[in-house]
Design a binder for this molecule. Structure first.
Ligand code: MSP
Length: 503
């Protein structure tokens, strides 16, 4: 099976922050999971570079727009590398390979008439470089909803995309194919807006000073940055070697850019007669210490903060927190230090770390560090159930649910330790067989935990494997997730705590 997952491409003008890191990390986890399942994975992230703000910032810094974009795109690439992101490509919209394809797509649309030259008049927010719909302009008393400055009545010649033509097809898509847009609540929101009516949308702008992709055959207009950007998902794989990855399995985004992905993008693809992505998944937002993150509050969980968390708790624990407590559903999540520490201490140190450490330590103490043979017994059914539930949840992109199933299994296994009390069995020679069974059950459960946490915490997973002394790379998920693979007689490696408790 092919699995093509994308993240939004991020504006180069911003420094990477927790929001960008979140979406990309979650995509990374799904990509890793599908690779473990033996699927052919293509995982794409990148940067969106043709915004007008790039020209302004570049001028302020006395460099060319391209230099400015290069510098900031690099910051994203370095950040993602540092955070263990395994993307297969990093698309930058200023790259020639992307620009060539966009020219081709817009050329096709001009030919079919789905893109045409027209005139647009409306209320323009100069600060945001966007037109505000009539009703919204009125609601804000014809002032910018962002900076409060008066809106300007502006008229310009523009190239338009015939979005209105696709309203029925889009509604049909959303109705007949509920999986196309998730979570469910987002679908209703979009359906209602489409029912209110769709206007054709301008897809070009003038006065860009040469920064952007020129509309074919027109030196005055460049393609509007959003249209340029959306095409990245297709342009990157639109080569003979990669085209089999299309259509994308899932475009992972947040709710802020849902309209572009759930309406404009599928309409463009319909117009181009290309297959539609299988799914658009729009998660919610991180807030920070109980407050919305914003430029004015200056409270972004920025790279410096992220580095500090990684230094203090480890990259894997940071990834675990994003994955288990992030806003993948329809509610926002709070990135708060107290919450982070609580999750770390409770779920990782006290529960998972403790289970691994006590299990392996008991094998050392009672069996000289050699895993005893005796595959039957207590935990098998729970383990198999947990493995299956984990996989089901992962396939549904229910990452929080998947990790909850793992957490429940960890709790169950710790409970099993208490119930079977190996320290008592060890005192009674008649219970040797029972003790073998308990210790095998625990060692095998620890191995299975290393299998399921691998996509989220790859370093912890290999540390567990090293402690169990299982050589080499793990095999396919379906094989590894089967009970009983750990060979009796395995001599443990060095056992050490995985998650030192924090105060
Ligand atoms: N360049 C456009 C996207 C074009 S995609 C064809 C853009 N870029 S952005 O830099 O603003 O990134 C927006 C995305 O960053 C969101 O959709 C989300 O994936 C991520 N996040 C930004 N802030 C976020 C939070 N506070 N919380 C979670 N993720 C958010 O829009």
């Amino acid at each position: 099976m092919r699995f093509y997952i994308t993240t939004p491409i991020y504006y180069v003008n911003d420094r990477p922050h927790i929001g960008h890191v979140y979406t990309t990390t979650i995509a990374d986890i799904f990509a890793r999971y599908h690779r473990l399942c033996g699927n052919e994975v293509f995982f794409l992230t990148g940067t969106d570079e043709h915004a007008a703000k790039v020209v302004e910032s570049a001028a302020q810094h006395g460099v060319t727009a391209q230099d400015w974009a290069d510098r900031n795109a690099q910051a994203f690439q370095e950040t993602f590398r540092k955070l263990g992101i395994t993307s297969d490509d990093f698309i930058r919209t200023s790259q020639q390979r992307h620009k060539d394809k966009v020219l081709q797509y817009v050329g096709e649309l001009l030919q079919t008439g789905d893109v045409y030259l027209g005139e647009y008049e409306g209320w323009y927010d100069a600060g945001q470089e966007e037109y505000i719909p009539e009703n919204k302009a009125k609601e804000f008393d014809f002032k910018s909803p962002v900076n409060g400055k008066p809106l300007v009545r502006k008229k310009e010649k523009n190239y338009f995309f015939r979005l209105s033509k696709y309203a029925d097809a889009l509604l049909k898509l959303l109705e007949e194919n509920p999986g196309f847009l998730r979570p469910d609540a987002r679908r209703n929101e979009i359906k209602n807006r489409i029912r209110e009516g769709l206007n054709d949308v301008p897809i070009s702008r003038t006065g860009a000073g040469g920064w952007g992709i020129q509309v074919p055959g027109d030196t005055e207009h460049v393609i509007y940055v959003w249209i340029d950007a959306l095409f990245n998902y297709l342009s990157t794989v639109d080569t003979p070697e990669r085209i089999n990855y299309w259509p994308a399995t899932v475009h992972l985004i947040a709710k802020d850019i849902l309209w572009f992905h759930a309406v404009i993008w599928p309409a463009l693809l319909l117009a181009l007669k290309r297959e539609l992505p299988r799914q658009v998944y729009a998660h919610s937002f991180w807030i920070a210490e109980g407050q919305k993150m914003s430029k004015s509050l200056g409270n972004f969980v920025d790279l410096e903060k992220i580095d500090r968390y990684v230094a203090d708790y480890g990259l894997d624990a940071f990834r675990y927190f994003l994955a288990s407590h992030g806003p993948l559903g329809i509610s926002d999540s709070d990135f708060a230090e107290a919450r982070f520490i609580e999750v770390y201490n409770d779920q990782l140190a006290d529960k998972m770390g403790n289970l691994v450490n006590r299990s392996l330590t008991m094998i050392q103490r009672y069996r000289g560090g050699v895993v005893p043979g005796s595959p039957e017994g207590g935990l098998r059914v729970d383990a198999e159930r947990a493995m299956a539930a984990f996989s089901d949840a992962m396939v549904q992109l229910d990452l929080g649910g998947a990790l909850e199933r793992v957490g429940e299994f960890v709790v169950r296994a710790n409970q099993y330790v208490e119930e079977s009390a190996p320290w008592k069995l060890a005192k009674d020679p008649a219970s040797a067989g029972r003790l073998d069974a308990v210790l095998y059950n625990l060692a095998e459960s620890v191995r299975l935990i290393s299998v399921v946490v691998n996509p989220v915490m790859p370093t912890i997973a290999s540390q567990i494997r090293a402690q169990l002394n299982i050589e080499g790379k793990p095999g396919l998920f379906t094989d590894e997730a089967r009970w009983g693979r750990l060979a009796a007689g395995t001599k443990l490696g060095t056992v050490a705590p995985l998650f030192p408790k924090k105060v």
